[in-house]
Structures are given as C-alpha cells and as structure tokens.
Design a protein around this ligand. Structure first.
Ligand SMILES: [Zn+2]
Length: 184
C-alpha cells in the first residue's frame, strides 16, 4: 500500500510520469511508461501504468532517505544554520534558504494531523487494498509526512492519534515508511 489515492495528479514530462501529491515523491512510473509503444494514446498508457504499483526511484537528493529506510530507520534533513527539521528532501532549507544541511535520524513517532479513508481507486493495485487510510502525520520533530496508517482498523483512526513508523517492503530493495498506532 502506498500513500496515494485517486485524487492525486499525474504529471507528464516527455515520457516520464510522476505522481505529484502531498509530500509524496520519488514514486515514478518512468520504467513502465517507456515500455508502452510510442503510438499508444495517452489514455492507453494510463491504463497500462495503472496495472503496476510505482516503486521508489531515489534521486541524488533523496538517496540517503531511501537507504536509511531500507535499514528500517527514519532519517530526514536538518538545517545547521536555523536548526529546522524538514521533509521532503531538498537542497535548500525551506525556513532560511540555507544550504548547510545534514541528515538526522528522528524518533519515528508522531501524531495524525489529518487523514482520509480511501474506499475507491481507479488504479488496480490500490483498489485491491481498499479501504485504507491516507494520512498526514506530524512527526515529534515537526515536519509532516504523507503515509498510510497500517495495522489498524480504518474506523479506529482519529486526528491526534499517536503513531510510530513501520517499514513496508516495496517488492524491490526499498522499504516504504508507513505508520501504525503507538501502543499504550
Ligand atoms: Zn534553515
């Protein structure tokens, strides 16, 4: 399950298709798009792409995030000038525009800032998972991440619920940070 739903936008740039959403990044349909004959219509390519889950495609900026996630650790960037944590990975601090940045391991704990329950999806891999929760999680360190809430009945999820990170295999060498309820 991935932090996506049918309300997200699909952006096309040449033959590269990238899901753009709330802080969702690096989930790319490039490889699938290239396999579709060039004479196909846009709609036909969309249908073909919808048959497979997107997998992470790390960029030079996000490489550390995905490497650490594969080791079941949540690391995000922090600015050495203003001390702000931020997510998603960037080359400049969004608070002070400084470029003196470092990677820092965070607790993986947070609370649900907002969420929705997805009951329908036009994309086959996600339709199989419905109903599922797409949430914005506010980390203890401040930044917010979009993720699924897993290991929890959808009707138990509430705004403000304490959650912690878990790592979901993506079927390749990567793992995707998701969140589950904190016990106790
Ligand atoms: Zn800064």
């Amino acid at each position: 399950m991935y932090p996506l739903n049918s309300s997200l936008l699909l952006a096309e740039s040449g033959k590269h298709f990238v899901w753009r959403s709330l802080k969702t990044f690096d989930l790319c349909y490039c490889r699938i798009a290239r396999s579709v004959p060039s004479g196909s219509s846009h709609q036909e390519r969309m249908v073909e792409m919808a048959q497979e889950k997107p997998t992470p495609k790390p960029s030079p900026v996000s490489k550390t995030y995905w490497e650490k996630a594969a080791q079941q650790e949540l690391w995000i960037q922090r600015c050495n000038d203003c001390s702000a944590y931020f997510f998603y990975p960037r080359v400049l601090c969004p608070e002070c525009w400084g470029d003196n940045l470092q990677w820092s391991r965070v607790s993986g704990k947070g609370t649900i800032y907002t969420y929705t329950v997805v009951h329908r999806s036009d994309l086959q891999p996600f339709a199989e998972k419905t109903p599922y929760v797409l949430a914005v999680v506010e980390l203890e360190e401040g930044p917010r991440m979009t993720a699924n809430v897993v290991n929890c009945p959808v009707d138990r999820v509430r705004i403000g619920m304490p959650v912690r990170v878990v790592f979901e295999p993506t079927g390749d060498e990567h793992k995707l940070p998701q969140f589950e309820p904190q016990e106790g």
